[in-house]
Design a binder for this molecule. Sequence first.
Ligand code: KIV
Ligand code: NA
Length: 283
Amino acid sequence: FEKTTLKIIRDKYEQGTALTAVTAYDYSSAIHVDQADIDILLVGDSASMVIHGHDTTLPITLEEMLVHCRSVSRGAKKAFLVGDIPFGSYESDDEHLLKAAIRILKEGGMHAVKLEGGGNLRVSSVRKLNQAGIAVMGHIGLTPQSVSLFGGFRPQGNNARAAVRLVEQAIELQDAGCFSIVLECLPDCVSAAITSSVNIPTIGIGAGSSTNGQILVYHDLLGFLQHPHHAKVTPKFCKQYAQVGKVINDAMLHFKNDVATGVFPGALFSPYILKLHEREIFV
Ligand code: KIV
Ligand code: NA
């Protein structure tokens, strides 16, 4: 098989082939994403919400992100692996950021990092990371690490001034060296304006159909969390391609019922009977 490299991503972009990206957080989800030949696998800090159960992406630590990165890198062999730099790792100084990014590559086994936001500080961070030999993915629009500033998870870029600023930020991030930019929760026309203003691939989530690719969170794509009190973590713009949560719930109840009624393990799954079967086969 062929490993997805930045060159392959670049070639697909230039050929106009839509790029696919999905998040994963552990060994088994990484295998699922990898086996489907998804181009980019993101170990997102959305793990804070869908894995750790926090209300935002802010509480997850670098150490926790590294555990997810290492698990994913053991399962994914083909996808281009990107690790989110968690909140609190790049706000203070570039030295801090550089150390975090290096750990995500060296210890986490990722091929690149992603950081949120635009503006002078981010632009300088992207430059520093590139100088250190680290590929960087940008992320603008609804940047969940800034939820405190936004006052909730709400769509961005819905006035002309904000839209113009987003286009400027995208160009600045590109010029600083980002290989791609995630656009989250933007009107289609703003995504289209950004996508046509840069010559690196834009990957959208809740950002319409004008981007060069799409990304979804693993659990949202699969319909993993189907319990009413978990509804808050599945954004409206996510298409659910399965109801895996329902499959799991049903299987759990089935197991519970089988044990209660003695159907499981029963005769068929008793180790002694299995041995007899093996002997019958092998003798
Ligand atoms: O953490 C994440 O899952 C992300 C994607 C939604 C882009 O940043
Ligand atoms: Na993220």
